[in-house]
Design a protein around this ligand. Sequence first.
Ligand code: APR
Length: 251
Amino acid sequence: MTTSTAIAAALSVLGDASSITVLTGAGMSAESGVPTFRDVQTGLWAKYDPMTLATPEAWQENPALVWAWYQRRRAMLTAVEPNAGHRALATWAQSADVRVVTQNVDDLHERAESSDVVHVHGSLFACRCDTCGREHDAEVTDPESDRLSPPGCECGGLVRPGVVWFGEMLPKNAFAEATIRAEACDVFILVGTSGVVYPAAGLPHIARGAGATIVEINPDETDLSDACDITIRSTAAVALPALVDSLTTNG
Ligand code: APR
């Protein structure tokens, strides 16, 4: 299936759909220049393995190191902008029932003015107390160092990043809402995810089981490609505007 025939096939099902759910992954933010989980390891961070920093053990052992790392990732996000794919999803939702579920911890969907985005892996900007769970704002300052003491909570605990660390459970309300959106949609679109991290990668299977048509937007084949009805071998910032421009101008 060529990209143009895949887009035509997607337009055909999307034109008849009353509810669309979109699951995005790191590829959604690639054209915004968001450093991926591993690309942020430059300069003084080059000597650290991100897989060991994003863990409850690292936080227990050295909260100042982990907090400084997440501050740097937040600061790097302020230097980039949502791309045409993020903006297309926000525009589309103004005239259709389009709901976004993301594995990304960045805020680019929100900055493109998508609303009600479900973050199944948490968010860099949703900090909370590591003891009482109270939510806290995170100021964005580049730490310029690999140590920065995390703020304290009134309860005596420490303010931690609101992201899901390796070995942690997903936020149960977020995943429950993501499941509801997978079950309720007529078309489920996967954008920019390799589909290797469960349980998020199980969402398209849930959607398929509920009768949805599955569409993949990814320049590369993934572990989920075989489960998709339509695969658009293109990028988020090219394919999403092409689909949305056609759907919103043709009414
Ligand atoms: N447009 C669309 N897809 C793209 C683009 C693009 N411009 N650029 C890359 N991709 C695709 C890649 O081909 C790949 O299939 O995006 C996918 C990104 O895969 P991963 O890097 O594995 O990201 P993701 O699937 O979101 O990872 C899931 O794993 O690292 C953990 O918790 C983290 O949420 C993350 C989870």
